[in-house]
Design a binder for this molecule. Sequence first.
Ligand SMILES: [Zn+2]
Length: 284
Amino acid sequence: MKVKVISILEDNYMYLVIGEQSRMAIAVDPAVPHRLLDIIKREGLSLTAVLTTHHHWDHARGNETLVKEVPGLRVYGGDDRINALTDKVTNAQELKFNSINVRCLFTPCHTLGHMCYFVWEDDCTDAPAVFTGDTLFVAGCGRFFEGTAEQMYHNLTEVLGTLPQETKVFCGHEYTIKNLKFALKVEPENEKVKQMLTWARARDDDDKPTVPSTLIEEFEYNPFLRLSEESVQKFTGKTNPVDVLRVLRKEKDNFQKPKERMPPQAMLALQWDLLGASSCLPKT
Ligand SMILES: [Zn+2]
């Protein structure tokens, strides 16, 4: 099973999961549809399904075009607000596309219909993959736009945290450097955080993605998965893991807020938010 990482918009990722034998492809959050279709054509793939993690425009806006351009294409997701949704999925539902298996993992909080997708291929020794959207990031977690710390705790520790440790983590945004800077503030003595930050900066210099990570690595440097560590508890002044998580996310919300004027795109997204429409600010 091959996963193609495609950088789009300001800092989003869309993905293509490709069956090695079948050349069948599944897209995850394909928000720049024509670019995706070019790749599909160039590589001789057939696009069978779209998995949407959540309804925010920078994840779901490509669905409508893809459904028009690809006859019979199915669009899966856990929220009625997702553009061009054809199949609403529920927690633990399993989908099969030829040799590729998908287990839907309901992870409400960033949005109330957020789904992560755990993917593996039959008769394949590659590690499985999890597409975490805006729930789990490399070294961070998503904002609690529509949910609570209790929900995010459940998502991170009981849903995602219990997947096989070698699972590769493909998240929705490239926020790794900023997340690691925050992780270093939380745990200034954590050597793994320092190593990762050096590595992530080198990747950034080469314009290369920091995805995928693995779950086992995330447990070493991601403060949002280290809620029982003494250092993380000390930073938050709390010991109950849900309280630790709540304080961590609040601190992250206020960490290095950009001082410069917001780009027009973000302003527009904010205006939509104020109007009660759905949006996702480019930076979380
Ligand atoms: Zn989002």
